[in-house]
Write a protein of this length. Structure first.
Ligand code: HEM
Length: 423
């Protein structure tokens, strides 16, 4: 086990990415750390290192030998890539290291590749249209409801029942943005999670017997080491795809919508010139970094960027902070929608770089496009926006009241979301 004696650490800081103090202004909090102690040790959460400049995050993310993503006893039970560990089933392949990792990533790549994502454009469009239709005639609403889009798209793409999409969204939002110990968090983990886990296992087994045209069916037919993949491993992959797909994309859209309201010239520019959206989305990814930081565990005693790390030490790779490092991005605290090149780390770096980046970008683009064109003059009630209760892993808003000029529906009025499912 690692030696948590602060005297053996250099430098020791008072920092906790899950604290209210940090949540009040994560960018400021990370800036102070990055500029004074880019590799630092905190005693919070039984002790962990925080890497906050571009170079240290980049170096650690590319060195799986020293910084493992696998579960180890350090830091207790649960998801190894977050601090503190969330009590969840093992996620594959994010909690595996090469060479084992590659066997699984290889079977995920085809279902998340650009060609596969291009086939989902129609589905994405339908769901975004449905969400916008729900409020377009009213002239007001909570635009954060569009955060349902990524959950719905992911659930439909996987082949899970779309009428139950909100259960999946609820559990995965709570896991990443809820407050451990709160009523919602407990309900998500203790009641809804077991319920959806059982549903997922039944569907996974069913697809092996009777494949359909969905991502779960594609996964259950794959082989690992020459044998049909274990269904429990498929479950671990599906859970990760849900976790990856739901929170991150909505976090980005929620923050971008608020920022564009506060920066009307840019909003007008993007409305008039939609061809600028692709580059702008990369800049929003850099600036807002929906996944603020993820964790690794040190595999052997090592000196890293001048600091003595010990086997089993936990380490936070702060993507969000690296993305604001002036050494990598001139005027890093400004949004420049034309910034190029833009080598941000919002999707991570190294072998675990996001498998869903193409899908994430496609969903963000469709959501922003429809919000900009169908609600062109939207006004955000800034006094009543509600941020996620803590911003340690995912930043964003859980409520964004807006008003706008009422518009026309594009689709029929539906009582049941399953009616627009693509299957
Ligand atoms: C804006 C949207 C997104 C952001 C900011 C984001 C961010 C990230 C980051 C930072 C990682 C690196 C993990 C690590 O190094 O430990 C990652 C991995 C991953 N993401 Fe995303 N993600 C997004 C969307 C998605 C979507 C839509 C999906 C799935 C449908 C997805 C699935 C995954 C998976 C499966 C991994 C693990 C890859 C591996 O271990 O090889 N992500 N994501």
């Amino acid at each position: 086990m690692s030696d948590n004696n602060a005297a053996n650490r250099c430098p020791v800081v008072h920092f906790d990415h899950n604290s209210q103090e940090h949540s009040a202004n994560p960018a400021d909090s990370y800036r102070q750390l990055r500029e004074s102690t880019p590799v630092a040790w905190s005693e919070a959460h039984e002790g962990y290192w925080i890497l906050s400049d571009y170079q240290s995050v980049f170096d650690a993310a590319r060195d799986d030998g020293t910084f493992t993503s696998q579960r180890t006893p350090s830091g207790g039970e649960g998801l190894a890539v977050v601090i503190p560990k969330t009590p969840m089933h093992m996620h594959i392949p994010i909690e595996l290291d090469p060479p084992e990792f590659r066997k699984y990533r290889k079977i995920i790549n085809p279902i998340t590749a650009p060609a596969a994502t291009a086939n989902m454009e129609n589905m994405i469009k339908k769901y975004v249209t449905w969400f916008v239709d729900e409020i377009i005639e009213l002239g007001e609403g909570d635009i954060s409801t569009t955060i349902g889009v990524p959950a719905l798209v992911t659930v439909d793409w996987l082949g899970l029942p779309v009428e139950g999409w909100h259960k999946y969204a609820f559990v995965h939002h709570q896991a990443l943005t809820g407050v451990p110990g709160s009523d919602d968090y407990k309900r998500a983990m203790e009641v809804v999670m077991p319920e959806i886990s059982q549903e997922m296992r039944l569907i996974i087994a069913d697809r092996r017997r009777d494949p359909q045209d969905d991502a779960i069916s594609a996964l259950v037919q794959q082989e690992i080491d020459g044998e049909l993949i274990d269904l429990e491993d498929v479950f671990s992959i599906v859970e990760l795809l849900l976790a990856g797909g739901t929170g991150t994309t909505s976090s980005l859209v929620s923050q971008t919508v608020v920022w564009l309201y506060q920066n009307q010239e840019v909003r007008q520019d993007l409305t008039n010139n939609p061809e600028k959206l692709d580059k702008a989305i990369e800049e929003f990814l850099r600036f807002f970094s929906p996944t603020q930081g993820l964790a690794r565990t040190v595999t052997e005693d090592v000196e890293f960027h001048g600091c003595p790390m010990q086997k089993e030490d936990r380490v936070l790779l702060a993507w969000a902070s690296a993305n604001r490092d002036e050494k990598a991005f001139p005027e890093a605290d400004e949004i420049d929608i034309e910034r190029w090149p833009n080598r941000h780390m919002a999707f991570g770096v190294g072998v675990h770089r996001c498998a869903g980046s193409h899908l994430g970008r496609a969903m963000v683009k469709e959501m922003l496009s429809q919000i900009l064109t169908r609600m062109p003059g939207y006004v955000v009630d800034l006094d009543n926006i509600v941020p996620y209760p803590h911003q340690g892993t995912n930043t964003g808003f859980k409520s964004i009241p807006i008003s706008f000029m009422p518009g026309k529906r594009l689709g029929p009025k539906l009582n049941n979301i399953a009616a627009i499912s693509t299957r």
